[in-house]
Design a protein around this ligand. Structure first.
Ligand code: DCP
Ligand code: CA
Ligand code: CA
Length: 366
């Protein structure tokens, strides 16, 4: 049975999150920036929506240069809010994890997944799975993504790249050869400028040429391991498995409030279900936490946080129910403004079974 491997990548992620939060931005160029603070415009573009990219703006470009390219185009310049993107990413990965056999997140906005078992190796069923995944992310988060499905990680990743934005590329096992053959070898995962030029010296430019090259010559040039990988990648038969992601380091939940408010009780009430949810995540994974953080997003969409760290790891629902409102009380007092969205995060996770009886004892004695 062929493996069925997927790669999902969210489209213009940070900028799309901002568009979802403020739909009036749609259709205008949007750049999300990291300001270094030296001068008003110093810093770089973290990402740009496709409207801004049409004028040549891209990730990593100095803000001043991006602004020049967008002069007279009514651009929106937004300060990067990593906290917000992390929370949304975490929620998407949680949902995704429930829809696939194995999930391997590889960045804030992307993951490999394996759906071999749940599709029985059928690429028609794989298409329907990928469509439900896209639909779920749209329904839950109003975000578009691009998905590639193939028989290996290399094929899946190339598929999602090709589909950008909003696309779905299914490369069946039979179509793998003709899908890969015309591509530049430099597009293969793990093939950088050095390898590209070495391949060039061997007269290899495309993936198809690489697939047909002499295995012994590849080994001589790149060593047994990397040479073998190159050949496998070029034929879509790289065997690298999808490994379920690293242990979680935090759990979080964030909601849009029914109305803007500075009342901590009102906030906590709307987080009640979230507290139950996080407590469930903790029990499921056998974790307890050291730190709990209240996250408040104000009406100007800036994020404010307030944390409390416990001396020993804890996991009781009652403690969460006590602490979250208390943190919001303090946050509200210091800020004196209304919250639009609110949430909380537990971090500093520890395995319950690792905890010493001493820390357990101390906790109970407090
Ligand atoms: N990012 C960043 N700096 C970079 C590249 C990316 O801060 N040099 C951030 C912002 C992106 C996010 O990481 O939104 C994901 O990166 P991607 O490379 O996947 O790019 P995008 O999601 O923005 O665009 P797309 O995937 O549609 O090409
Ligand atoms: Ca992306
Ligand atoms: Ca990405």
């Amino acid at each position: 049975m062929p493996r069925v491997i997927g790669h999902l990548d969210l489209d213009y992620f940070y900028a799309q999150v901002e568009e979802v939060e403020r739909p009036s931005l749609k259709g205008r160029p949007v750049i999300v920036c990291v300001f270094s603070g030296r001068t008003e415009d110093s810093g770089v573009v973290s990402t740009a929506n496709y409207e801004a990219r049409a004028f040549g703006v891209h990730s990593g470009m100095p803000i001043a240069q991006a602004k020049k390219k967008l002069e007279g185009r009514n651009p929106e310049v937004i300060r990067m809010d990593h906290e917000k993107y992390e929370v949304i990413s975490g929620r998407i990965m949680d949902d995704l994890g429930r829809m696939v056999d194995a999930l391997e997140p590889t960045g804030i906005d992307e993951a490999f997944f394996d759906i071999t078992d749940s599709t029985g190796g059928d690429f028609g069923r794989a298409r329907r799975s990928a469509e439900s995944i896209k639909q779920a992310i749209m329904t839950n988060e109003h975000l578009t993504c691009s998905i590639g499905i193939g028989r290996s990680k290399v094929v899946a990743k190339l598929g999602s790249d090709m589909a950008k934005p909003g696309g779905l590329t299914i490369v069946s096992p039979e179509a793998t050869g003709s899908f890969l053959a015309p591509m530049d070898a430099s597009r293969l995962y793990g093939v950088g400028p050095k390898t590209t030029s070495a391949l060039g010296e061997m007269g290899i430019r495309t993936v198809g040429e690489l697939a047909m090259s002499n295995p012994l010559e590849l080994e001589r040039r790149f060593g047994r391991k990397f040479g073998g990988y190159l050949l496998a990648a070029a034929t879509g038969s790289d065997a690298d498995p999808v490994v379920a992601g690293l242990e979680p380091t935090q759990f979080s939940r964030i909601v849009t409030l029914r109305r803007d408010t500075r009342d901590a009780k009102e906030v906590a009430e709307q987080l009640s279900e979230g507290m139950q949810y996080i407590h469930g995540k903790l029990s499921q994974s056998g974790k307890s936490f050291r730190t709990i953080t209240a996250i408040g997003i104000l009406t100007d969409l800036s994020t404010r946080t307030k944390s409390k760290t416990f001396e020993t790891a804890v996991s009781d629902l009652s403690l969460i129910r006590e602490t979250v409102p208390a943190l919001f009380e303090e946050l509200s007092k210091t800020i004196g403004r209304e919250f639009r969205r609110a949430g909380f995060r537990v971090s500093g996770l520890e395995n319950v079974e690792d905890q010493t009886s001493l820390s357990e004892f101390l906790r109970q004695a407090r």
